[in-house]
Design a protein. Structure first.
Lengths: 204, 121
């Protein structure tokens, strides 16, 4: 690897924005990013839609996996935060490995009308030991559930923060990021801090 | 059930071009991550006029430290193609790369700085 004087490069952080299709990942990335969300593509050869296993080379089709990403530069701190929207479909899960490598943490966006869509993301981060929070992207007209109802529906560990969020709103979306980073700081600094967290806390 | 945000639409034209750009190679000579930062050195064994169009385009995007993901997005090429192009440029000395060593740090001091930045947004 070619290296360079490290002070010329900013400190980098990566946060993943996960959740089911249509839950607002792209919106979230676009709201907080200083650049218009860019889409990168990864090509892959996979079995065609509707099959769960490779049935033969002749049935393979080449598809792309699109990932949205955005960036926030903190010039004063010489830091850059990258936000990656994860591909929603299950068959692109292998992409999550590269995406999650070195990730600081993740925001799992959930829509109360289709809560099951975020189960897979919650499970993925739990298994990998990646710290995350669940942000309920409150869609107009969606029934407002109580925090504990959502927690039990997701079988969410008591220490995982649950916040409400409007992915279209800068303040609301950046608050979700702040809560996530605070959670990571608390988790990694001391166990006693963790015990004092109100498990049913839910922020607007 | 092709979904728009997953880009699952096979596009014959697109699928011929990208790997032609890199002569069918699918492995970059340097290991690069999506968030690896690349930056032009202002030097290089190959002059700009000798670079292919895509290499020159990639080099142009590296004036300031830029992530591999961003280069790929601007080139409108798959990530792997961008990685191969960039690793060619690294081999020629035209750009330098840094694997994000501090990525995923839980250093409280760094995280506090990050929080400070987020709160000022």
């Amino acid at each position: 690897m070619v290296s360079d004087a490290s002070d010329m490069f900013p400190t980098q952080f990566k946060i993943l924005i996960a959740g089911g299709f249509g839950v607002g990942k792209t919106t979230f990335v676009g709201t907080v990013s200083e650049i218009a969300p860019l889409t990168t593509e990864e090509t892959l050869t996979s079995a065609s839609e509707g099959t769960d296993h490779l049935t033969g080379v002749e049935n393979k089709v080449t598809t792309t996996v699109a990932m949205d990403f955005g960036r926030i530069t903190f010039a004063m701190q010489n830091m850059v935060l990258y936000l990656f929207g994860t591909p929603g479909q299950n068959r692109f899960w292998f992409m999550w490995d590269e995406l999650s490598r070195g990730a600081l943490g993740a925001v799992v966006l959930a829509d109360t009308r289709r809560l099951q869509d975020c189960f897979a993301a919650v499970e993925f981060f739990e298994r990998r030991g990646i710290k995350f929070l669940v942000a309920i992207n409150e869609f107009d007209g969606a029934y407002r559930y109580q925090a504990d109802e959502i927690r039990s529906a997701l079988e969410l560990d008591a220490s995982v923060p649950l916040v409400r969020c409007d992915a279209r709103n800068m303040r609301s979306a950046s608050n979700a990021l702040i809560t996530l980073v605070e959670h990571i700081v608390a988790k990694s600094s001391s166990r006693t801090t963790e015990d004092s967290v109100d498990v049913n806390r839910i922020r607007s | 059930m092709a979904r728009p945000d997953e880009g699952a639409t096979p596009d014959a034209e697109l699928w011929v071009r990208p790997y032609t750009v890199i002569n069918g190679r699918t492995r970059p000579s340097t290991v690069l991550d999506l968030t690896s930062l690349v930056r032009a050195t202002g030097k290089g064994l190959v002059g700009p006029e000798q670079l292919g169009h895509e290499h020159a385009q990639a080099l142009q995007l590296c004036h300031s430290p830029t992530s591999v993901a961003e280069v790929a997005a601007h080139l409108r090429q798959p990530v792997m193609v961008a990685k191969v192009l960039l690793s060619d440029l690294i081999d020629s000395g035209a750009i330098t790369a840094r694997f994000p060593a501090v990525l995923g740090t839980t250093d409280p001091a760094l995280l506090e700085k990050l929080l400070d930045g987020l709160r000022r947004l």
